[in-house]
Design a protein around this ligand. Structure first.
Ligand code: 5GP
Ligand code: ZN
Length: 113
């Protein structure tokens, strides 16, 4: 989608700190990290939210999540990690290209939750 900021990141039209990429998935650091290593995982294909995902897109996306989580664990050594997904304005979605937040956690006072 031409006016979607995440499609522009996938296409390399705007820069992002890439964490992972394969045929179906792109993962990059959030521009406004709530904790160190806060990463967004997105399908390369433009889908607005969970309600638009097909099983195939979801499968390809979620298959990459363990490897991305392990890479974050190795790089940042968090104590834990939250997976967050907001669907629709009422749920806090602000960018309308489906994405999963991977939020490394470092204990009380780490800035999230
Ligand atoms: P949402 O609120 O839709 O669940 O999450 C959108 C996320 O996208 C926010 O955490 C926000 O900081 C991030 N974001 C918005 N614009 C950009 C951008 O241009 N680059 C990157 N890397 N992250 C972005
Ligand atoms: Zn998009």
């Amino acid at each position: 989608m031409s006016d979607c900021i995440f499609c522009k990141i996938v296409n390399g039209d705007i820069p992002a700190a890439k964490v992972f990429e394969n045929e179906y998935v792109f993962a990059f650091l959030d521009i406004s990290q709530v904790t160190k290593g806060h990463t967004l995982v997105i399908p390369k294909v433009h889908k607005e939210n969970l309600f638009e995902l097909t099983p195939d897109i979801a499968k390809n996306l979620f298959e990459s999540v363990p490897a991305i989580a392990k890479a974050l664990k190795k790089e940042y050594q968090p104590l834990g990690l939250n997976l967050v997904n907001n669907n629709g304005e009422a749920a806090g979605q602000t960018v309308y290209h489906f994405h999963i937040h991977l939020i490394p956690r470092y204990g009380q006072g780490d800035g999230f939750g």
